[in-house]
Design a protein around this ligand. Sequence first.
Ligand SMILES: [Zn+2]
Ligand SMILES: [Zn+2]
Length: 459
Amino acid sequence: MGTLSARTLPSYNGLTSHWEETMKTRNLVLIAVTAVAITAPVVTGDSLRAAESLADTEAEIARAAAALKPKLVETRRDFHQHPELSNREERTGREVAERLRALGLEVKAGVARNGVVAILRGGRPGPVIASRADMDALPIQEAHETPYKSKNQGVMHACGHDVHTTVGLGVAEVLSRMRERIPGTVKFVFQPAEEGPPLGEEGGAPLMIKEGVLDDPKPRAIFGLHVAPDVEVGKIGYSSGPAMASSDRFLVTVQGKMSHGAWPHEGIDAVLVSAEYITALQSIRSRRIDSLDPIVLTVGTIHGGNRHNILADRVQLDGTVRALDERTRGRVKDLMREILAGVTAAHGARFDFDYKDGNPITYNDPGLVEETLPAIRRAAGAANLAARRPVMGAEDFSYYQKVIPGFFYWLGVSNPARGITAMIHTAEFDVDEECLVVGVRVMATVLLDHLERHPAGGR
Ligand SMILES: [Zn+2]
Ligand SMILES: [Zn+2]
């Protein structure tokens, strides 16, 4: 994903012990069932038994995730030492496929180049859901000296996708052990190239979808998580509705007319026109869009001109637009073109406007979020779940959410007491590996909970 905004999650106490968690979970479920018993007309012994067995199963997930910690740490360190760039995740994809096969899942490798899809068919009838993890790394030279430092020069898991992949594998392992009791099917999606494929290549979520990852069987919902460097380990953050921004790219060419620098009236200065355009662009944010509707509009590069005493005939601007609302996104694009047409016309210049739609808005289906939060509270502890503001970073998880409802939440990974606070996409980024256990426990609980609450055929 892209850049996160400032710290927004309130700070809470650490996680309670697994024993306390287990007891709390059991009590909560029993309280919930008792409450239903008071208000609902009929409560069968079956539903009470079902609640008890769910609590037992969730306690079992918590124990299994905790017991898996040494293996999770080893797996994450292996991926961390062998990071691979987008669309080049050959080793990672191979490792993932091998480990999933060892769990006895139906595995399909080579999806969207290095992607892997594994299907876990539960022993009881039920719906299909999906869980997604991304696998690619970034072109950054790791700065930290750790025993698990990247062995690939100039490549680093600086966005935590090693954690996502490890958690995905851990969830597959925990759930595959209780396969007989699972009411439905879980599709595990391991996706390459989330950071964007190299120029001229297809890749990432759009290619996975094109190659049928959401078909046959079609999941009714998809879940995903991302490490959050500004959320403490043990905690989970989430946004309902827009969670992350759309991320588009624009390439603008201002075409003027060259002339001798001493006779500017003979030419059309593309530098001057571009300067006016860049300044005018920021009035979109401040004057043309509702102030409560966030956007980012940045010109990242500007290239043009030939020499100090020659009027530039051509300037190119390259930049990004981020928005949290589809209508606003479209409006910004229209205004950018309109202003460009106006500014260039005022100076007799011409223009080319090339706007490329990138990642859509990561939109967490509010209904899905609402129904999932209780499971996260049970798995992470109620005090460890907090709503947070959306961020202007982007995620290609959003493409799945255009097809089926999805919920993408934040996994806390920082630990200020241990000095683990660095931002993602930096050479210093690292995680508190306890996040692996929390990630597995929460995601496995979320998936199972969803299957339990949506019997086969229902939506
Ligand atoms: Zn990233
Ligand atoms: Zn990422």
